[in-house]
Design a protein around this ligand. Structure first.
Ligand code: GLU
Length: 511
C-alpha cells in the first residue's frame, strides 16, 4: 500500500516568517492537498537563545491570512501532540542515549573556552577547526576518557553534550526529489551536537529527525539551506534503524534578490520599497518594524499566486491560479533547481489582476472601511458600483479613493490645467445649455443620457471633445475619471445640475 502523505512545516520562532518560509509552507500544503494527505505544523523552538516572543503567533496568523490550513499541529492538536518541541523535551534524551549506546554518538565535555582555544590555535596554523574524527579521540570525550571518569563527570554535574560520531571517509548517497542524486563524503562533515545537558534540550538535527519519524512524516519539503544537513540526517535515520521509513526529501531553491545575486533579505526590501514578510512585524526586543504584504494592501490570493510561481512553473502560459488550481497543478518535478529571482513589480501586477477580477460585491466589503474613514456612508451596492467602474485602474484597494472620490464628493476646487484648457470661450455658455438638456431628461440611465446629449451636441454642431471635457471639469473637477456617462448616471440628475450650477457660480472664465 502507498504510504499516506504526511508533510510538515517546521519553522523556528526566531522572528517574523520570511516570504521564503511562507513559500515552503505553501508548497507543503499544495503537496499535501493534492495527495489527500496531512499538513502538519510543528514549532521547532529548542534553540532558547534565538527564541523571539510573538514569533509563533506571527507564524500562525500568517498561515491563516494566506489560507494555508493546518490539519495537525500547533493550534490544532492531533494524534502526535504536543507539536511544540519545547513541550516534547522529555522525548529526546532517550534517543540521544540510544545513539551513544550503539556507538553512533558520544559525550563531549569541552567547555566553550576550550573550544575557542582550539579554534584560535587552528586559525593560527591557517586551518579551520572542525570537531570530527581528527580530534575527537584526543579531546575530553567519552571516546578518549575512561568509562568511570565519564560517569564521574556526568554524576558530579559537569556540563556535557552528545555529539554525532560522523564516520570517516564514507560516501553518503542521497536522493532529492528536486536535485536528484547527491553524494557527499563524510570526511568533509563534522560531529554535530545532538543534545546539550546545559538546557536539557536537543539541537535542531536530533529533534527534527526524531519528530519526523514519530510523526510519520512521508516527505520533507524545505529550503535549500538545509541541503548541507542532509547527509547527517540520512546517517541519523541509519543510526536509529529507521531507514525503511525515512521520508523523501525535496529542497526548494532560494528566493533571490531582485538584482539576482544572493538571498532575498529584509535590507533589499527596505532599499527597494517592498515587504519581505507576509504581515507587519514589530520586534519585541528592539522595537524595529518591518512592513508586511497584508498591511501594504495585497490580497492574500495574489500574494499566494505570486509566491507559488517563484520557483515552480506549471509548464504552460497560465499565470493566474486560485488555491484549488494550484493544488491541482502543483508538482515537485516542476520546481526548479536554481534560485528564483524576486520581482517586486510582478507582485503588484498580480495584485492588480486580482483587483480586476473582483466582483462589485467583493470590492464593496473591502472598500467600505475606506469610504467610512472619509465620512462617506453609502450602501454596499453603491460602494461596489463605484469601485467596479474604476477597478481596472487600481492596483490596491487604497487606490480606489483617489480614483472614485468624485462619485461621492462634489468638486470644491478645479484643476488648473483643465480649467485653463476648457473654461474659456463659448464653453461656459455651452455648459449652461447642457444643463438644460440634462434637466429635461427623465430616464437618466447611462445609455439614454448619452444618446440624448450626443444627439443634441451634433445637432448644435458643437465640438464633442470641448463639451465633454467642460462637463467633466464641472462634475469631476479634473481631467480624470471614467466615461462621462458613468459619472452622470452614478451621481444622478440632481447632483449633476448642482455641480454645474456650482462651477458656473464660482469659477470665472479664463480669458
Ligand atoms: N526549524 C527549521 C527551520 O526553521 C526546519 C527545517 C526543516 O524543515 O527541516 O527552517
Amino acid at each position: 500500500m502507498e504510504r499516506p502523505v504526511r508533510v510538515r512545516f517546521a519553522p523556528s520562532p526566531t522572528g517574523p516568517l520570511h516570504i521564503g518560509g511562507v513559500r515552503t509552507a505553501l508548497y507543503n500544503y499544495l503537496f499535501a492537498r493534492q495527495h489527500k494527505g496531512t499538513m502538519i505544523l510543528r514549532i521547532e523552538d529548542t534553540d532558547s537563545q534565538r527564541f523571539v516572543p510573538g514569533a509563533e503567533e506571527y507564524i500562525l496568523e500568517s498561515l491563516k491570512w494566506c489560507g494555508i490550513q493546518i490539519d495537525e499541529g500547533v493550534g490544532v492538536g492531533g494524534p502526535h501532540a504536543p507539536y511544540r518541541q519545547s513541550e516534547r523535551r522529555e522525548i529526546y534524551l532517550k534517543y540521544a542515549l540510544q545513539l551513544v549506546e550503539a556507538g553512533w554518538a558520544y559525550y563531549a565535555f569541552d567547555t566553550a573556552e576550550e573550544l575557542d582555544r582550539l579554534r584560535h590555535e587552528a586559525e593560527a596554523r591557517g586551518e579551520a577547526f572542525a570537531y570530527n574524527y581528527t580530534v575527537r579521540e584526543r579531546l575530553a570525550t567519552s571516546l578518549a576518557l575512561p568509562a568511570d571518569e565519564v560517569r564521574a563527570r556526568i554524576d558530579r554535574g559537569d556540563q556535557w553534550v552528545i555529539r554525532f560520531k560522523m564516520p570517516e571517509n564514507q560516501l553518503v548517497e542521497m536522493d532529492d526529489l528536486i536535485r536528484g542524486h547527491v553524494e557527499v563524503n563524510t570526511s568533509t562533515l563534522d560531529d554535530k551536537v545532538l543534545y546539550k545537558s546545559a538546557d536539557a534540550l536537543p539541537t535542531y538535527h536530533l529533534a527534527n529527525i526524531v519528530d519526523d519519524h514519530l510523526m510519520e512524516v512521508s516527505h520533507v519539503i524545505r529550503g535549500e539551506e538545509w541541503l548541507p544537513s542532509l547527509p547527517l540526517h540520512y546517517l541519523l535515520y541509519k543510526a536509529f534503524g529507521w531507514e525503511a521509513s525515512r521520508p523523501a526529501f525535496a529542497h526548494l531553491p532560494l528566493l533571490l534578490k531582485p538584482t539576482g545575486g544572493g538571498k532575498l533579505s529584509k535590507r533589499d526590501g527596505d532599499k527597494m520599497g517592498f515587504p519581505v514578510f507576509p504581515l507587519f512585524w514589530k520586534s519585541p526586543k528592539t522595537g524595529e518594524t518591518a512592513r508586511g504584504y497584508r498591511e501594504d494592501g495585497y490580497f492574500p490570493e495574489a500574494f499566494i499566486n505570486m509566491l507559488a510561481l517563484l520557483g515552480w512553473n506549471p509548464g504552460t502560459e497560465q499565470e493566474i491560479f486560485s488555491m484549488q488550481e494550484l493544488i491541482d497543478s502543483f508538482s515537485l518535478e516542476r520546481v526548479s533547481k536554481s534560485g528564483a529571482r524576486f520581482q517586486p513589480d510582478k507582485a503588484k501586477w498580480f495584485n492588480a489582476q486580482y483587483m480586476h477580477h473582483k466582483t462589485d460585491a467583493e470590492l464593496a466589503v473591502l472598500y467600505q472601511p475606506i469610504l467610512r474613514e472619509h465620512g462617506i456612508e453609502v450602501s454596499d451596492e453603491v460602494a461596489g458600483r463605484a469601485a467596479g467602474i474604476m477597478k481596472e485602474r487600481a492596483t490596491f484597494i487604497t487606490d480606489l479613493w483617489d480614483l472614485t472620490s468624485f462619485f461621492f464628493v462634489a468638486p470644491t476646487h478645479y484643476e488648473e490645467k483643465q480649467t485653463r484648457k476648457y473654461w474659456k470661450g463659448q464653453n461656459p455658455a455651452i455648459l449652461r445649455e447642457v444643463r438644460e438638456v440634462l434637466a429635461s431628461i427623465d430616464d437618466f440611465s447611462l445609455e439614454n443620457t448619452e444618446r440624448i446629449v450626443h444627439a443634441w451636441i451634433e445637432e448644435k454642431g458643437y465640438a464633442m471633445g470641448q463639451v465633454m471635457n467642460t462637463l467633466r471639469l464641472a462634475l469631476v473637477g479634473a481631467g480624470k475619471g471614467p466615461g462621462m456617462y458613468d459619472v452622470t448616471s452614478f451621481i444622478g440628475k440632481e447632483e449633476c445640475l448642482r455641480r454645474i450650477d456650482h462651477i458656473l457660480e464660482v469659477l470665472p472664465p479664463v480669458e
